[in-house]
Design a protein around this ligand. Structure first.
Ligand SMILES: [Zn+2]
Length: 268
């Protein structure tokens, strides 16, 4: 009988551990600025080894509707800059929806859903990839994906739904570059993006999160005129916001279910 109970307890503990690794119910709820990180909205190609980066339009719709019906207000970086300049205040439960790399499926699938709901978002663009494809990825892992064209980026910006930031010139991991090459990626991408899309490029998202902890790279970011930088580190950003450091984000994956989504947004 003892062995029966011992086995039952062991099974229960294992189940709780497995559940708790996926669902962070054990973290304390936190207030602050939530920045969501997406890549693709759509169906992954059949042979993709990168399926986790693809959120279905159905799940994305559920996530947007959950945010709206639970009192979250989506702002973008233009809005955040106004708040930082003291010209506006944070709405209750602020959230920024970001898309890294600038894929065409974001234009096709996410843009209409956001627009319908009058929600805001930001596209983090790899300057040399605009109108091309994600050349930095190994096509053996996934067939290359189209990146939005210049016209498509202009359209989403003009709509007022999106603003944009830089995700480098060529999506290189800055932590693996010589200083002058890292500086070039940071400076030149801002200059060229501003030249094409008009507004000043105020946001930089570190490709692969690389270099976000490096003080020299951080100093290139501020010298280039960026006001905000984004890491890939998971978490909620406490208020008042400290923009001297890269802001944390919450990655949303293909298998992120609604319970996980709610727990991530409220607990980081
Ligand atoms: Zn990226």
């Amino acid at each position: 009988m003892f062995y029966f109970y011992a086995a039952a307890v062991l099974i229960l503990i294992t189940a709780v551990v497995i559940f708790s690794a996926k669902y962070n119910w054990w973290k304390k709820p936190k207030d602050g600025l939530v920045i969501l990180l997406y890549h693709h909205i759509g169906t992954p190609p059949a042979n993709s080894k990168n399926k986790r980066n693809w959120v279905s339009p159905e799940n994305f719709t559920k996530q947007l509707d959950w945010l709206a019906s639970n009192g979250y207000t989506s702002i973008n970086f233009d809005g955040l800059l106004k708040i930082m300049a003291g010209k506006a205040q944070f709405p209750p439960k602020p959230v920024i929806i970001t898309f890294d790399d600038g894929y065409k499926d974001v234009y096709q699938n996410a843009f209409p859903l956001l627009k319908e709901r009058k929600m805001k978002a930001a596209a983090l663009l790899v300057q040399e990839a605009v109108g091309k494809y994600n050349f930095w990825q190994d096509p053996a892992r996934e067939v290359w994906q189209d990146i939005m064209t210049e016209e498509q980026v202009k359209e989403i910006l003009k709509s007022g739904v999106f603003d944009y930031g830089s995700h480098g010139l060529t999506h290189k991991n800055l932590a693996k570059l010589e200083s002058d090459a890292a500086e070039y990626e940071i400076l030149e991408s801002a200059a060229r993006l501003a030249n094409t899309f008009g507004a000043q490029c105020a946001v930089f998202a570190y490709p692969y999160g690389g270099g976000a902890e490096d003080e020299e790279i951080n100093s290139f970011i501020s010298a280039a005129g960026y006001k905000i930088s984004l890491s890939s580190e998971q978490g909620i950003n406490p208020l008042p916001l400290n923009t001297a450091k890269p802001l944390k984000r919450i990655p949303i994956r293909r298998r992120t279910d609604m319970l996980q989504f709610k727990l991530k947004i409220t607990r980081g």
